[in-house]
Design a protein around this ligand. Structure first.
Ligand code: AMP
Length: 531
């Protein structure tokens, strides 16, 4: 298979300041992702840019780095505005820009619906260079005069197609019309519907197009599956997979050096024979790890793309993409590490719901379907943790020597303030200490009459309150931090509405929507009963 060495640029080659280089180093980025390598130089040179890229490609830093580099320290006021479809994304983007600007003394404020507006007003009054927000709330602040945009030199529309789907297009236009015309504009979108193209034509100046071009790819014939996982449960999910799959020798890919270190350590803590390898290690260290992997003393090699480049190891049974690769080429390159010399191999990819478009793009580029596999259930994970805790407790018990603790136990039991069961439960919780909490088991919703794979919810608002499908989608997306595009069937009646969402986000949607208001009415949401 062809190596993907073509024109590997470094962040240094992009002409970045030491402050930003140092920040990227701290973030564990080894080299620019394809979209970054193309978009950053254009944006630094002052061009308007249209980037066709989805979550997982590194698009945030593709505009975040130029924002930080192009801020003028002499100017007071908001110089860059980023619009995002959801509050979740606004927070993530603000955090990432904050990390990139760690040594550049910049302030970033996320502004989104659902958060106390007074608090936002106080933050804005204290001064900030970058604002990242959802369109509705940004408009609100502009109207109130609490957000002044006359110093804005750079506008970014992030996930523009998603904002369009959520009915934000008029709001976006209104906001743009309130910005200085002398500015740079960047637009990132996974797809390019006509409305988005129109927006670009009206408000951008000779925009340069950046897409990660699908190259000619030869895809190895190996079994490929993906699992959809919640971001906070990725390690748990991986462990379940490792426990149920017969992994003799596996390479697990992470995006960053930091990710490699953290995951290798997390796996070691859980008793897996795992070690990490990345570009910060010297050659001797890397050789040592590789030798141990080849000899079978390590079963799992946790690696970045850079570290794994050029490795040729026999007998790799599994390649696991803990983080989805940033482009199709990298996917093909990674999975080519298994199933060599006619041996069979398996490639597994973990994705979060936001990364679906990236997975679909990879599928389209390699012209193959990657099959979905259900994750070993969270209930199984919880059950397993219970057992481990029980085993640990019994082990301590069998070793005896409980003197000090036994006296304390007697004292607590004698006080009769608490039941023995409560005391033991509290002690167990204490024993879990810093360990990962037992994952929350999603509520079982029973039969709600939804399409397979979906849960149907009942909402106590409807046509009488002027509710439109876009209101429902927008509210779910902003409150629960999920992409609007995953919302399924919506049936609006006079006084109530049914809406379907995918099973794996159902619990999240239910919790998040409980505090929300739509059209000024507090929403009551509950699982529907099958008709
Ligand atoms: P995004 O597509 O912007 O949502 O980024 C997806 C993830 O990749 C985020 O966790 C980023 O921090 C990470 N990331 C972005 N650029 C790089 C890079 N050059 N190397 C490693 N990780 C990156």
């Amino acid at each position: 298979m062809a190596e993907t060495e073509a024109a590997k640029v470094t962040f240094k080659d992009l002409g970045l300041s030491d402050r930003v280089l140092r920040a990227l180093e701290d973030m564990g980025f080894e080299e620019p992702s394809p979209i970054q390598a193309r978009a950053i130089p254009l944006l630094l040179a002052g061009h308007d840019v249209i980037g066709q890229a989805q979550t997982g490609t590194g698009k945030t830093a593709a505009f975040g780095v130029p924002i930080v580099e192009r801020l003028d320290p002499k100017v007071r006021g908001v110089q860059a505005l980023v619009l995002t479809p959801t509050r979740e994304l606004a927070i993530q983007v603000a955090e990432e820009i904050g990390r990139i600007g760690k040594y550049s003394r910049i302030r970033v404020v996320p502004i989104y619906g659902g958060q106390n507006i007074e608090r936002q007003i106080r933050l804005l009054r204290m001064g900030t260079e970058v604002v990242v927000g959802t369109p509705g709330r940004i408009m609100d602040h502009i109207r109130r005069g609490t957000l002044k945009l006359d110093k804005v030199r750079m506008l970014v529309l992030d996930e523009a197609d998603e904002m369009l789907d959520m009915g934000f297009i008029d709001d976006i236009e209104w906001i743009i019309q309130n910005l200085p015309t002398e500015r740079q504009t960047a637009l990132f979108s996974a797809t390019m519907p006509d409305e988005i193209k129109g927006l670009a034509t009206r408000y951008m100046r000779s925009p340069q197009h950046v897409a990660v071009n699908p190259a000619q790819l030869t895809v190895p014939q190996i079994e490929q599956y993906f699992y959809e996982v919640r971001p906070t449960l990725k390690v748990e999910a991986l462990c379940r997979i490792l426990d149920t799959e017969n992994v003799e020798r596996g390479i697990i890919f992470c995006r960053t050096k930091k990710g490699v270190d953290e995951l290798a350590e997390a796996l070691q803590r859980r008793g897996y024979l795992a070690e990490g390898i990345h570009g910060d290690m010297n050659q001797a260290q890397r050789n040592r790890v590789m030798a141990r992997f080849k000899e079978g003393q390590i079963e799992l090699l946790v690696a970045t793309d850079v570290a794994a480049r050029g490795l040729d190891i026999e007998g790799v049974t599994h390649v696991i993409n803990f983080d989805i690769p940033q482009d199709a080429e990298s996917y093909v390159h990674r999975i080519g590490r298994t199933g060599r010399a006619g041996r069979s191999g398996t490639a597994l990819t973990l994705i979060t719901s936001r990364e679906f478009p990236q997975l679909r793009l990879i599928e389209r580029t390699i012209r193959q379907r990657i099959q979905r596999r259900p994750l070993p259930s969270l209930a199984d994970v919880a059950e397993r943790q219970r057992e481990v805790l029980k085993e640990r407790l019994l082990r301590v018990l069998s070793r005896g020597k409980l003197g000090f603790y036994q006296d304390l136990a007697r004292e607590l039991l004698d006080s009769e303030d608490f039941a023995a069961e409560e005391l033991l439960a509290a002690a167990l919780k204490l024993a879990m200490g810093e360990a990962e909490p037992v994952p929350e088991v999603p509520t079982r919703f029973g039969e709600t009459g939804a399409e397979p794979g979906f849960v149907r919810f009942f909402l106590n608002i409807g046509r009488a309150q002027g509710v439109q499908p876009a209101d429902i989608v927008r509210s779910i997306a902003t409150q629960a931090g999920v992409p609007g595009s995953i919302v399924g069937k919506i049936d609006i009646y006079d006084r109530f509405t049914f809406v379907e969402v995918p099973e794996d986000v159902a619990a999240q949607v239910l919790t998040a929507m409980q505090e929300s208001t739509i059209k000024g009415r507090t929403v009551n949401i509950e699982p529907a009963r099958k008709r």
